[in-house]
Design a protein around this ligand. Structure first.
Ligand SMILES: O=C(O)C1=N[C@H](C(=O)O)C[C@H](O)C1
Length: 323
């Protein structure tokens, strides 16, 4: 499938069962839950998946199960692969990109080593050349230790095989705006920081990869649809309603609170994360649950009023047509 790098993509957590094993059935249920809520694609083995803690066999099993769900639902699957050893990243991306049902690769800017921008571009030229599927660069400075300039990201946009960037920068600053303004049509910018979906989408991002959207999925999908439809007042209502939820979900290291809330909501068997992450505090999960309830109210109210407006418009058009 040619991936649609637009709309809402959810980077799935990796659920664990009470014995500490990867719970593939819960993962499958969660995948359907997110797609039922309005996500148009899924991401496996992202940051939120605790990918560094999975064995190779576990990671393979996660990809196989997610690929089966995505194939059944006719949506694209993006898979995280790469790292800060270019030779190893090339091998991993080549293998993942060749796996059945993998439509795109999400590959992080090499973390920890703090290479120059020249080095980052050379890294991605090699990695993209090895990939059988389009590659999304994952720009996440607070995790990698380096922030790429707009000029460097635009150089990456011109590399064959690189189809976009997941932009998880902390602010909509001049570099982010310059990237959005200069990105060619072949290069999709996706919002990667959950607090900045509205401003990034309003400035031209085509969608979002958003861990918070495990919860209140319909609200995040509605926010992006509102921006697409040019309905900024509705998008502002949605974004304002979602912000307390996003803040609550990221109050402790991700994905602990998301897992805590999914467990509380009965979607996964345990809230467990693997070390070095620690389980979320009960207070953080409770705050997130309250924020989630508040979003449901706003989004439902908004949908009701949006439907009422649609009905009015439809009635008006019908009347106009009859005259
Ligand atoms: O796994 C991801 O992809 C995401 N991880 C981010 C993080 O934990 O830094 C957050 C974002 O929503 C998606």
């Amino acid at each position: 499938m040619t991936p649609t790098l637009a709309g809402l993509h959810v980077p799935l957590v990796t659920p664990f069962d009470t014995a500490g094993r990867v719970d593939l059935d819960a993962l499958e249920r969660l995948a359907h839950h997110c797609l039922d809520g309005g996500a148009v694609g899924l991401v496996a083995l992202g940051t939120t998946a605790e990918a560094p803690t999975l064995t190779a066999a576990e990671a393979d099993a996660v990809v196989v199960r997610c690929a089966a769900v995505c194939a059944a639902r006719g949506v694209p699957l993006t898979v995280g692969a790469g790292g800060n050893d270019t030779a190893a990243a090339v091998r991993e991306v080549a293998a993942r990109g060749a796996q059945d049902g993998v439509d795109a690769i999400l590959s992080v800017v090499p973390p920890y080593s703090r290479p120059s921008e020249e080095g980052v571009v050379a890294h991605f030229e090699r990695v993209a050349a090895a990939s059988a599927v389009p590659l999304l660069v994952y720009e996440v400075p607070h995790r990698t230790g380096i922030r790429l300039s707009a000029a460097a990201l635009l150089r990456l946009a011109a590399v064959p095989g690189i189809a976009g960037v997941k932009l998880a920068v902390p602010a909509l600053d001049a570099d982010a705006l310059a990237l959005l303004a200069g990105a060619p049509p072949s290069f999709a910018v996706l919002a990667g920081d959950d607090t900045l979906i509205l401003p990034l989408a309003a400035a031209g991002a085509r969608g979002a990869i958003t861990a918070s959207a495990h919860c209140a999925t319909a609200g995040f999908a509605a926010l992006l649809t509102a921006v697409d439809d040019g309905d900024l007042p509705a998008a502002r209502v949605g974004a304002a309603a979602l912000l307390p939820l996003v803040q609550a979900l990221f109050a402790e290291p991700n994905p602990a609170v998301i897992k805590g809330l999914l467990h509380r909501d009965g979607l996964i068997a345990t809230p467990d994360v693997r070390l070095p992450l620690m389980p979320a505090s009960a207070a953080a999960v409770e705050r997130a649950a309250e924020a989630e309830r508040a979003v449901d109210g706003v989004v439902l109210d908004h949908c009701r009023s949006a439907t009422a407006i649609q009905d009015d418009r439809g009635a008006g058009q019908a009347v106009g047509a009859a005259m």
